[in-house]
Ligand binder design. Structure first.
Ligand code: ADP
Ligand code: MG
Length: 253
């Protein structure tokens, strides 16, 4: 039996008269990768930022690892890792300096090189943040979410805009975070990525959850309705061609 680490009940968020999140309920299990999918404007970021304590909710209940958001937001902050938008880093500081800065903020001792090793950026330790490629910036921002050894990591569209190699390298990183027992909540617009990574998925549309299950179950449910995808005549696709031609190693420079 899985332990629930995040419980959201009847969460509702209005911006003025506009209701962005319309009373959603879901549980996230400890140690899983939970995907929040949905078209732009569905309410994914709003939902995540409320759980991350960065945005106020209008109503509903959020419990994170037994802590109630209404009364223990500061305690919740200590056990979560939130990925900053890449613009949130001082561009002129080196990766080592940035890690020290964050460690100071969290008041936690860190092993900067160990952390950089985890995200495969050891050789960039003394480079300035602004000298990193897009994929490296994303990997570095994920590294910073791990500084306070969180129980839960939140990643909002971490692979948007990356090339196929950098995307795959992030998948491996995210899986390695899960393999250490950390719960991951991720949003993405890439369905192949969600299928690869997520143990369970909630699909959000116009502020409501319209489906919640494992990727396999969601696909089986669709097939059971009689849906059939036009026959695939080729056993590879263009992404396979690209990866075959350009190799799996990430290249950022
Ligand atoms: P998603 O992340 O799924 O794309 P968001 O949670 O960012 O969606 O936004 C959900 C809806 O709420 C959108 O219609 C968006 O325009 C609106 N919204 C988000 N933030 C604000 C805000 N600060 N003020 C007013 N409306 C907002
Ligand atoms: Mg968003």
């Amino acid at each position: 039996m899985q332990r629930t680490i995040i419980s959201v009940k009847n969460l509702q968020k209005s911006y003025g008269t506009f209701e962005a999140v319309k009373g959603i309920s879901f549980d996230v299990f400890e140690g899983e990768i939970f995907g929040l999918l949905g078209p732009n404007g569905a309410g994914k970021s709003t939902t995540l930022e409320i759980i991350e304590t960065l945005r106020d909710k209008t109503s509903g209940e959020v419990i994170v690892d037994g802590l109630n958001l209404d009364t223990a937001a500061d305690d919740i902050k200590k056990i979560i890792g939130v990925q900053l938008q890449t613009s949130g880093f001082y561009p002129g500081l080196t990766l080592l300096e940035l890690i020290q800065l964050f460690a100071g903020l969290y008041n936690r001792p860190v092993q900067p090189m160990e952390l950089l090793h985890l995200v495969n950026l050891e050789d960039k330790a003394k480079n300035k943040y602004k000298e990193l490629s897009g994929g490296q910036k994303q990997r570095f921002s994920i590294a910073t979410t791990l500084i306070n050894q969180p129980k839960i990591v939140f990643l909002d569209e971490p692979t948007t805009g990356l090339d196929p190699q950098a995307r795959r390298s992030l998948w491996e990183l995210i899986k390695s975070i899960r393999s250490k027992g950390t719960t991951v909540i991720i949003t993405t617009h890439y369905m192949d990525e969600a299928e690869q990574l997520c143990d369970r998925i909630a699909i959000l549309d116009e502020g409501k959850i319209i489906a919640l299950a494992s990727p396999d179950q969601l696909i089986d449910d669709l097939v059971a309705t009689g849906f059939e995808r036009p026959r695939q005549v080729k056993s590879a696709n263009l992404e396979d061609v690209f990866i075959q031609l350009t190799g799996k190693e990430i290249r950022e420079e």
